[in-house]
Design a protein around this ligand. Structure first.
Ligand code: HEC
Ligand SMILES: [Cu+2]
Length: 349
């Protein structure tokens, strides 16, 4: 018997190692972010409550499953057909108040317990009391990127949501209002909270309360068009000091270095300005991401590529090479204009 069990345990170990291996691959792929997007390691209040509830439901239903399967296997084995059977029907029993009461009351009790446990978490997640230090962010889903507005601080960013880490003693949760500029999207950062949809002409909201500094990966979780799969997002949870420094920088107008004046002219003289804002220039478009502090982001095009000069050049030359089906056209710049505009973009810290 015991030797029979060993291959089984070995298999479980192998599956476990494979799982860890896959997670690590995801981490490697994600450009150094501290964790892949899975929901088994929550670090924020709503995700914690949901995880605990899910585990509780899983344990209760697993216990029911095991009981039912054991009884089933027991009956199949014990009452199987035997050569010694005489072929007659066993005695037929009709009705037993005790048994019927037991199999009615017990499931009702289990359902009530599951219902109360779920109702408690739904209430805690759906209707929390926000403390005074709550950060307000408006997230707008676009095909295929995220706009993040900080209305109280007065600036706009994209694709990488910065929030301060929340100390359970003095919580600073982030309340996120969710809007859509075009079609349905869904905001999902598995380690921080459940999914919430962004629906045109409707205001949804959610919140996160992360307790660990780090970069958490997320993904649009509602099919929204060709590049839905490359509509990634990252939440950068940082110390209150780092967050304050980042926010202060975001509030500044764009840098105006003389050395990149020609690139700025290219930017201001082309249709870039119809789709992009750079504070302090004539670029006031909102169809594409705000570029005022482009270089403060780790990635471009909603996580489609690391934010390097080479990728920026590739992107401006032909965005479709990085993200086929993207809503930004190739701007047909010549090589010199391309180099100048990339130098300008690279100066926007
Ligand atoms: C028709 C509107 C439009 C025009 C014109 C346009 N863009 Fe874009 N741009 C977009 C959209 C939309 C995105 C977001 C694409 C995505 O991530 O799916 C984008 C993304 C970008 C990004 C990446 C930003 C980030 O943080 O991810 C850069 C850089 C950029 N554009 C620069 C330019 C420059 C420079 C020009 C002019 C030469 C230009 N764009 C012209 C719509 C436009
Ligand atoms: Cu989407």
């Amino acid at each position: 018997m015991i030797s029979n069990f060993q291959p089984g345990l070995g298999t479980i170990r192998k599956v476990g190692l494979l799982w860890i291996g896959l997670t690590e691959m995801a981490v490697a792929d994600s450009g150094g972010a501290s964790a892949g997007p899975h929901m088994f390691a929550p670090v924020s209040t709503p995700a914690h409550s949901i995880y605990r509830l899910a585990m509780f439901v899983l344990v209760v239903t697993a216990a029911i499953f095991l009981t039912v399967v054991s009884l089933l296997v027991y009956s199949i084995v014990k009452y199987r057909r035997r050569p010694s059977d005489n072929g007659r029907e066993p005695p037929q029993v009709y009705g037993s108040n005790q048994v019927e009461l037991a199999w009615t009351v017990l499931p009702v009790l289990i359902v009530v317990v599951l219902f109360l446990a779920s109702a408690r978490v739904i209430h805690a997640v759906g209707d929390p009391r926000f403390p005074a230090g709550t950060i307000e962010v408006t997230a707008v889903g676009h095909q295929f990127w995220w706009e993040f507005r900080y209305p109280k601080q007065g600036f706009v960013s994209a694709n990488e949501l910065h929030v301060p880490v929340s100390d359970p003693e003095h919580p600073t949760p982030t309340h996120i209002t969710l809007l859509s500029a075009d079609t349905d999207h869904s905001f999902w950062v598995p380690r921080l909270a459940g999914k919430t949809d962004l629906i045109p002409n409707r205001e949804n909201s959610m919140w996160i309360d992360p307790h660990e500094i780090g970069v958490y990966l997320g993904q649009c979780a509602q099919y929204c068009g060709t590049q839905h799969a490359k509509m990634l997002l990252r939440v950068i949870v940082e110390s209150p000091e780092d967050f304050a420094r980042w926010a202060a920088n975001q509030r500044q107008s764009a840098e105006r270095a003389e050395s990149v004046a020609r690139g700025r002219q290219v930017f201001e003289a082309t249709a870039c300005v119809n789709c992009h804002t750079v504070a302090g220039t004539n670029g006031k478009g909102t169809f594409g991401p705000d570029l005022t502090h482009l270089m403060s982001r780790q990635t471009i095009a909603a996580g489609a590529a690391p934010n390097t000069r080479e990728n920026l050049r590739l992107w401006i030359k032909n965005p479709d090479d990085i993200k086929p089906g993207v809503r930004m056209p190739a701007m047909q710049l010549n090589d010199q204009e391309l180099n100048e505009v990339v130098a300008y973009l690279a100066s926007l810290h």
